[in-house]
Write a protein that binds this ligand. Sequence first.
Ligand SMILES: [Zn+2]
Length: 255
Amino acid sequence: MIPKIKIIKPLDDFLLLVSFDDGRKVLYDLKEDIATIPDFKALETVCGLWKQAQLDSSRTCIYWNDRIDLSSDTIYEYGKEIESSFMAAEPQVVYNEKCSNMNEPTLNAHNKDEFPPAHTAEHLLNQTMGRMFGCERSRNMHIERKKSKINFLIERPLTDDEVKTVEAKINELIAADLPVTFEFVTRDNIPDGVKLDKLPEDVSETLRLVRIGDYDVCPCIGTHVKSTKEIGNFRITSTSYNEGSFRIVYKVAEE
Ligand SMILES: [Zn+2]
């Protein structure tokens, strides 16, 4: 299968940063091509040309003009693989969600910078990924106003169609305007289906359970919207897959 390219960034020194649909990210060095392929010389000699790298509509070819191009499989094979976080180097809030990452036994410590619509959407996404693909609730996420990222452990990446189905399901739940409620329960009163195995032994005896309609329930001390319509439109902007971890990047509350 020909690897499809998602993002390209021409960096200095003729290094091309390329991100593929399957999550692979590589740095491809064009210096050797420039030294050995006559047409490629123009990248060095024509001012500004290098930065005009374009991706064709099939997303399998990067080109600069009609004589300079590179196929995605070449880049995929010969590029040097880099860490997946490299391209996500934007400022972000590191968010330790207590629903799934109960490392802290206190119930009152929570990230103040969270964005309730994005956080509430995360509950829906966790439940949906569990129902559709059997995923455990995510323990690895960054939730923020502009863009949120959440990683699920799964054997394979979701197909584009599956991603669309997940997105549609979340928007359906939002449109249903499900109420978000919470209740305090003691440890021995936890309803069926709420997993507490990630909780440390010394977690407080009382837990706060957050319910979204009858769709989702999980222990959480975060801030939520009152009902799902307040989340606004939910959109998955990109996905990637790396070593058993499927990352979903999403936005909420867009006009
Ligand atoms: Zn929550």
